[in-house]
Design a protein around this ligand. Structure first.
Ligand SMILES: [Zn+2]
Length: 455
């Protein structure tokens, strides 16, 4: 290859002065060539050769190092500016995000942000807040890079994971709107829907926080606690059904499936957020579910695992078949009427936007279930027990004495004779039962509806 050689008569001239211009000879494969040929062969310009020569004159035969190496550019963001942007993302996720179950050894749990937003939308809000505070803000690309590097566990939910028919309707209306006015109206309706979703979420989060604060130093005495014997007023329960799990289930299924119709087990979870516990009722497929089942299990949980509290808040999903019906309302009203509670609030989030902490408990169970061999109801109960410290399994039969842990009462028949249905129940999302004003008080709508009661 090419070679650059300093030729001449040393550093001093014949007159003994310092030699200022050194002569270089250019070589290619051992043959001396001219400078022009050297430049042509290496595809370099005159300036490039001049710079190399200057470098060799100054430093000798050592590799050249770019002067900007290990230097931060003058306009780079400072640590505080980056931290500010990161804090903005983290706080936003804390406020509106839905944390998923923690996986041990896998870093931070994933936090889902509502699919209605996007990184660029959040960036716009961030820029506005920076301008207000007079802080230099990151550009969109740096903002996205920082997000990817420092908090990849915060993600926007894909539209598929919270498919809400109303949201879809509004999106459709916006895209099909003709003219400015129609478009603005469609956008207004959509943002109204999202505001309601946000408010309901805030109500849920606040109830959970209040319950946790109230029970910070609370130690529950063992056994069943008599009703209304404790002064707790912010106890919070969340209840929900999980998707059915099938048994037998093998982590490594070999050969063709020969269990053509697997047995389905239902999971019904009641999370008590104040004490970080979730009671999971494991129900066989021949057991009853629906209104009677939900009320029987809720009754068992409140009686056995309650705190003897005076007031409580219950969150559930909007399903009319299981939770939002006259029988559940009747049951809660019955509790206040006979003195088991002084006040009960039953609340629901907006349908399809109601992710709650019970789902996190189910997530733990599903994760263990996928990699465990489950052959029977009792091994499913074991799996629930092992899945997380907060998960407590409740089986129908007690394995020690064969007795039933709870009974399936016919609440439906009993309650239908005492409580009449509530017209237009679908419209409401908050119901309060208070011993001081027996009956039902529907929040926000300011409307009383007295149950026809024979008690
Ligand atoms: Zn929606």
């Amino acid at each position: 290859m090419g070679k650059l050689n300093c030729v001449g008569h040393g550093d001093k001239t014949q007159r003994g002065k310092e030699r200022k211009r050194k002569r270089y000879a250019y070589y290619h494969q051992g043959h001396e060539i001219c400078k022009g040929a050297f430049m042509l062969l290496h595809g370099v310009s005159k300036k490039y050769v001049k710079n190399i020569v200057a470098h060799m004159n100054e430093n000798g035969n050592v590799p050249r190092v770019h002067k900007n190496k290990n230097k931060r550019p003058a306009n780079a963001f400072s640590f505080d500016e980056l931290k500010h942007a990161l804090n903005y993302i983290m706080h936003y996720a804390e406020e509106v995000g839905l944390p998923q179950p923690m996986v041990r050894g896998k870093g931070n749990p994933v936090v889902f942000l509502p699919s209605s937003g996007s990184k660029s939308d959040l960036h716009k809000q961030y820029v506005a807040s920076c301008e207000e505070a007079g802080i230099r803000h990151l550009g969109l690309t740096s903002f996205k890079l920082l997000w990817k590097d420092c908090c990849p566990h915060i993600k926007f939910m894909s539209p598929m994971s919270d498919m809400c028919p109303k949201c879809e309707e509004h999106r459709d209306a916006i895209s099909k709107a003709v003219g400015m006015e129609q478009k603005q109206e469609a956008v207004r309706l959509f943002s109204e829907h999202l505001t309601i979703v946000q408010k309901e979420r805030e109500v849920y989060n606040k109830s959970v926080d209040d319950a946790r604060v109230e029970m910070t130093d609370y130690v529950r005495p063992a056994g069943v606690i008599p009703p209304c014997s404790a002064t707790l007023t912010k106890v919070h329960y969340t209840m929900d059904f999980s998707q059915a799990v099938s048994v037998p289930h093998h982590a490594r299924q070999e050969g063709p499936l020969y269990f053509l119709v697997p047995r389905k087990l239902q999971l019904f979870g009641i999370a008590v957020e104040g004490i970080f516990r979730q009671f999971n009722y494991v129900i066989d497929e021949d057991q009853t579910i629906g209104e009677n089942g939900v009320i029987s299990m809720l009754h068992h949980c409140l009686q056995q695992n309650g705190f003897g509290e005076e007031e409580c808040i219950i969150h559930c999903d909007n399903c009319a078949g299981e939770n939002k019906n006259r029988y559940v309302l009747g049951y809660l009203s019955w509790r206040t009427l006979i003195g088991l509670h002084k006040k009960i609030t039953l609340s629901m989030q907006v349908p399809y936007h109601g992710r709650c902490l019970v789902d996190a408990g189910f997530g733990h169970i599903k994760r263990l279930y996928r990699r465990t061999d489950v052959d029977s109801l009792s091994s499913m109960i074991n799996a629930v027990d092992k899945s997380a410290k907060s998960n407590v399994p409740v089986g129908y039969e007690n394995p020690r004495n064969g007795e039933h842990n709870w009974e399936w009462y016919d609440w439906k028949t009993y309650l239908s004779t005492h409580f009449s249905p509530l017209p237009g129940i679908r419209k409401y999302r908050h119901f309060t039962f208070n011993v001081q004003s027996p009956g039902l008080y529907i929040e926000h709508i300011v409307k009383f509806f007295l149950f026809h009661t024979l008690l």
